[in-house]
Design a protein. Structure first.
Length: 267
């Protein structure tokens, strides 16, 4: 787990996951080598770093001084895949994990205690991996959300079936204060939290496809000013350009973790 919801000394206004229940609240990368990961994302996305209290293998990525993501070099030690993972805010990680399993999903890690909260790494019934976080978010988390430096999209077998699964796990469209709203726009499911679009779900993935880009998965998007430049630098730093368009590029980093860079104009 790569969460570090510790607030800086003197910070106030810490947000609890209760306030944004069911919404994406963080993105996290599991890697093998911390230094090479830092160097890659510093070059491609211009990130800076600060330590996490979880230990020397963990870092928080900063963009313009704002927390963007968590990174932990634990893939080898914990026998986990090198991958980006979105985390959703929950009131109870244990309850969320139980709901996932009751509906045909799986629990890969946890729930485990990571003060000041609890976390679990899960997969839906089509195999897409995601996490849940229960507890405090860092004090400037609303700035991260408003800036929308990160965005997530689920590529899945059936968007409407997936929306039902996640809706039952996270109480989407329940009308509860702080909960998320679900909207159907054409063939896509759009998730809104407090009026903001926070995730999208689209159909078309194939569960048995040999290409991991086609299998069900959550894709993390980062907004950038120059998509082509990010793709070029990613290749120079040992990554791969998997898809390249004028407004978006799907990349893999130097260890194989896939992510997308999207033009800020299209956000």
């Amino acid at each position: 787990m790569n969460h570090d919801m510790t607030s800086p000394a003197g910070a106030t206004g810490v947000v609890s996951t209760d306030a944004v229940y069911g919404a994406p609240c963080w993105v996290s990368l599991t890697s093998r080598d911390l230094q090479s990961t830092e160097e890659f994302y510093s070059a491609v996305l211009g990130w800076e770093w600060r330590p996490m209290r979880l230990g020397d293998r963990f870092r928080v990525a900063l963009a313009n001084g704002r927390p963007v993501a968590g990174i932990g070099a634990v893939a080898g030690m914990w026998q986990m895949a090198v991958a980006w993972t979105p985390y959703f805010a929950v009131r109870s990680a244990d309850e969320a994990a139980a709901r996932v399993q009751e509906r045909g999903g799986t629990a890969a890690v946890g729930p485990i205690s990571l003060p000041p909260g609890r976390a679990a790494l899960l997969a839906d019934r089509d195999g897409a991996t995601f996490g849940v976080w229960e507890g405090a978010l860092f004090s400037d988390w609303p700035t991260w959300r408003r800036a929308q430096l990160a965005f997530i999209r689920l590529h899945t077998r059936d968007a409407f079936d997936a929306a039902i699964f996640y809706g039952e796990v996270f109480d989407w469209a329940s009308g509860r204060p702080g909960g998320c709203e679900v909207h159907y726009e054409g063939e896509e499911v759009v998730l809104r939290s407090q009026g903001d679009v926070v995730a999208r779900i689209e159909s078309g993935a194939l569960g048995s496809a040999p290409d991991p880009r086609i299998r069900p998965h959550w894709q993390v998007h980062f907004a950038v000013t120059d998509v082509a430049a990010c793709a070029r630098v990613a290749e120079e730093r040992g990554g791969t350009v998997l898809e390249l368009g004028p407004e978006e590029a799907v990349l893999s980093d130097n260890e194989g973790a896939r992510f997308t860079v999207t033009s800020r104009r299209e956000r």
